[in-house]
Write a protein that binds this ligand. Structure first.
Ligand SMILES: [Zn+2]
Ligand SMILES: [Zn+2]
Length: 304
């Protein structure tokens, strides 16, 4: 496993590497966009070069980004009223088209930074049928990938299963994969908190192994490129997306040992998206816990 964390890129994207190294990361995840606005950040060539140099010098990798939260490729392909959150609409926007354009921008900056992939929430159906939304999502991803040749991939992340989000089951992930059509640059990211919240029993004895087997049967383990490692503030099957520090939540220490000792997951980058002990995001303590739970989990299985 290549343990990493979601780190802030404030003050320049190359600062993300310093923050990752400071807490003991071997891989990292960043936002290349401000996740709450459509307007892209203008990353200077100097910052991009520094990011690459520092990451190479520190031996960090794989490097991934997380797509901005506004993106929803499943939204209907038409203008809808939009405005600041909680305020009356001030303009209109085609969320589907904006999401394709934003994904294209994410892929472009991903190529410049040498990222392996962009972790993307699949989307939600927003009043249309699931079939229609999946068709739009597949076509949207294919369009963005087609517009940016290169190696940077899209990693679809499973969801906690709230509302009409798509990606709470492996069957839905498989249907999106099929809808993209040209899946060479399409992979998956499984988030342990989202699995737990959507009713996959990753915390139980033998649970993670059954869940991974099911993922393999439905989607294909060779398509799994990244793990998001988070404990859960909310209970099993709650369908709520609430991350907790490793070992402190409902998955708990035993659950973490079971997950991290799973042989089929050992080759993956493992990205922490935890709140942190002081509330400032992933920290050295959580990174240490991850490595300790992995060691103990492997020992429990008589490996390592
Ligand atoms: Zn996510
Ligand atoms: Zn996640």
């Amino acid at each position: 496993m290549r343990f990493g964390a979601h780190v802030s890129s404030s003050g320049g994207i190359s600062n993300a590497v310093d923050r990752a190294v400071a807490i003991g990361c071997e891989s990292l995840q960043v936002f290349t966009h401000n996740p709450r606005t459509w307007k892209p950040i203008n990353h200077t060539d100097e910052q991009v070069a520094l990011f690459r140099e520092k990451a190479a010098a520190a031996g960090l990798g794989p490097l991934v980004s997380h797509g901005l939260y506004l993106m929803n490729l499943g939204a209907p392909d038409r203008d809808v009223p939009t405005g600041p959150p909680g305020k009356p609409a001030t303009s209109t926007r085609n969320i589907h088209r904006s999401s394709i354009e934003s994904l294209r921008q994410h892929l472009e900056i991903g190529e410049r930074l040498g990222l392996a992939g962009i972790v993307l929430h699949v989307g939600s159906s927003k009043g249309s049928t699931e079939d229609e939304a999946i068709a739009r999502i597949g076509a949207g991803i294919a369009e963005a990938l087609g517009a940016v040749p290169g190696a940077c991939a899209v990693y679809l992340e499973n969801t906690a299963g709230a509302g009409d989000t798509i990606g709470r089951t492996f069957e839905q992930l498989r249907r999106v994969y099929d809808a993209v059509g040209e899946p060479e640059r399409l992979g998956f990211c499984l988030d342990t908190q989202h699995l737990f919240a959507s009713g996959y029993p990753v915390h139980e004895e033998g649970g993670i192994d059954r869940v991974v087997d099911e993922f393999d049967r439905v989607v294909g383990i060779d398509r799994l490129r990244c793990l998001h490692l988070n404990d859960s503030m909310t209970e099993f099957g709650s369908n709520r997306d609430r991350h907790e520090n490793l070992g402190d939540g409902r998955i708990g220490e035993d659950g973490m040992r079971r997950i991290l000792g799973c042989p089929a997951l050992q080759g993956l980058p493992v990205v922490l998206e935890v709140p942190g002990l002081d509330g400032n995001g992933p920290d050295a303590e959580n990174m240490e816990r991850a490595r300790r739970f992995q060691r103990e989990g492997l020992a429990l299985r008589g490996i390592g």
